[in-house]
Write a protein that binds this ligand. Structure first.
Ligand code: IPE
Ligand code: IPE
Ligand code: MG
Length: 230
């Protein structure tokens, strides 16, 4: 079934609360969150999704205890190492959003391998946002524009968009946030100008095909006007 949402962006939130509800440490929630990511990536193509962007680590998440930050970095490495073969076979192309230069070397290495391995794939585009912040992305894009010595009068929205981490990707049609929180937390600020927003009550580790389908069904009922009249 195709719901007309080409690009779905997900804020994978609530891992810590999921774990706390079970009396487990937060990292157990992050591990369960990784399983949810595996499920959702498998489910996405059959629901007509062409681009799936997932918020894995924000520029603000460095504020967390070093132990938790390290665990999240390790989980990224584990995900990439364990999934890249299968994702490649499924024609998934892996992309990364955010400032990877500040990530540990081991993460950067796996990200480069995964991106290179899957670069020619024409299936689902999976964009993992790691050390990503919408404001940071815009500032980095402005730097690139200035470095390119562009004529200020020549700069327009399309051209600016081409300097963002999401260059070449369509804007998200739908942003899904897990765990009931109603905020963007610095995710894809430029790109979500006209995205529909769906807040799911479930914590991210409880996400599966059916939750994703519910979000898409809600999306289908939305009336998108883009400032015009319907
Ligand atoms: C989302 O879950 C994962 C990351 C932000 C890395 P949280 O860790 O934010 O879980 P809660 O929001 O504290 O429950
Ligand atoms: C947003 O979740 C970032 C990710 C899901 C990676 P947070 O848990 O960091 O957001 P806040 O702090 O609740 O806004
Ligand atoms: Mg959170």
């Amino acid at each position: 079934m195709n719901y007309g949402a080409r690009h779905v962006a997900i804020i994978m939130d609530g891992n810590g609360r999921w774990a706390a509800a079970r009396g487990e440490p937060r990292v157990v929630g992050h591990r369960a969150g990784l399983e949810a990511l595996r499920r959702i990536v498998r489910a996405a193509p059959s629901l007509g999704i062409e681009y799936l962007s997932v918020y894995a680590f924000s520029t603000e998440n460095w504020k967390r205890p070093a132990e938790e930050v390290d665990a999240l970095m390790d989980l990224l490495v584990e995900y990439l190492r364990s999934e890249v073969d299968e994702l490649d076979q499924e024609h998934v192309r892996m992309l990364f959003l955010g400032d990877s230069s500040a990530l540990p070397e081991r993460c950067q290495r796996e990200m480069e391998i995964a991106a290179a391995r899957t670069a020619d794939n024409d299936g689902l585009k999976l964009a993992i946002a790691m050390n990503y912040g919408g404001r940071d992305e815009i500032v980095r894009a402005v730097r690139r524009v200035l470095e390119a010595g562009l004529d200020p009068e020549a700069l327009d929205e399309d051209q600016f968009g081409g300097h963002l981490d999401t260059a070449g990707m369509p804007d998200p049609d739908l942003v899904i946030r897990a765990s009931g929180e109603m905020r963007l937390s610095n995710f894809l600020l430029w790109q979500t100008a006209y995205a529909e927003i769906y807040v799911a009550p479930q914590y991210w580790p409880d996400f599966d095909h059916d939750v994703l389908q519910e979000a898409l069904e809600a999306f289908l009922r939305r009336e998108r006007r883009y400032g015009g009249l319907s």
